[in-house]
Ligand binder design. Structure first.
Ligand SMILES: [Zn+2]
Length: 235
């Protein structure tokens, strides 16, 4: 209790002396509504995939999912700030940075004519217990940022993820798909049908989870599906 209070005092004092610093490098920020300084923004490894038909993310899903368009905003690389920012979002409770990166994605999408018929965003669902533990779904936070720029709704809870699977790290891609494919379920078909949906996640790695969820969404009548992720880590 005492420690928490001291921590609070410490934080607000810190805030007094450093009212606005970059989440990336800690340098002072001039513009209050930014979370990153210009140098950090410019250092983010942009893919420019949003405007690129047949980009590596789309090719990655060829033969696996019928997509209208797909893209990732950044390359995921351990040397880059983006890895730190995603870590802050997923494990340190920094939802602000997730919303901010979502806004960046929304702007890229608006500048591209390949995503202009999107009706709604679907955050890749987490298992309920995992979301409860974390306090939020990081994909939903990204969606909120995107939604604020794109002016399309976020369909939270239209698709759910049902049960935990065993650890997937050492499995072959096809086995991984078998492992996750049964775990997604559409619960609000009316919100999903007859729409062009953008399925959103933080990082695409094997694509197995997005593929499993995408396949379920594509079973709903008259649906078109696109995918957007914050980062691309596929080999
Ligand atoms: Zn910076």
């Amino acid at each position: 209790m005492m420690i928490a209070r001291l921590k609070n005092i410490f934080n607000s004092t810190l805030h007094l002396f450093y009212p606005h610093v970059c989440t990336g490098c800690g340098s002072d920020l001039l513009e209050e509504d930014n979370l990153l300084c210009l140098r950090c923004i410019n250092d983010l490894p942009d893919t420019n995939f949003a405007n690129m038909p047949n980009n590596p993310v789309e090719k990655y899903f060829w033969g696996r999912l019928t997509l209208t368009a797909a893209y990732s905003q950044f390359y995921f690389s351990k040397e880059f700030l983006i890895q730190h920012l995603i870590h802050q979002l997923k494990y340190k409770g920094d939802t602000e940075i997730g919303f901010y990166l979502g806004e960046l994605m929304g702007r890229s999408i608006l500048q591209s004519d390949r995503f202009n018929s999107i009706h709604a965003l679907i955050p890749l669902p987490l298992y309920a217990d995992k979301e409860r533990k974390r306090g939020y779904n990081q994909a939903a936070i990204i969606c909120n940022g995107m939604s604020s720029v794109m002016n399309v709704p976020v369909l939270n809870g239209a698709v759910i993820r049902q049960h935990a699977t065993e650890t997937q790290t050492r499995k072959h891609r096809t086995e991984r798909w078998e492992n996750v494919k049964g775990s997604f379920k559409i619960v609000k078909e009316n919100e999903v049908k007859n729409k062009h949906l953008l399925l959103v996640d933080d990082v695409v790695t094997t694509g197995a989870t997005l593929e499993a969820c995408g396949n379920i969404i594509l079973q709903v009548p008259n649906v078109k599906l696109s995918i957007a992720t914050l980062a691309y880590a596929a080999k």
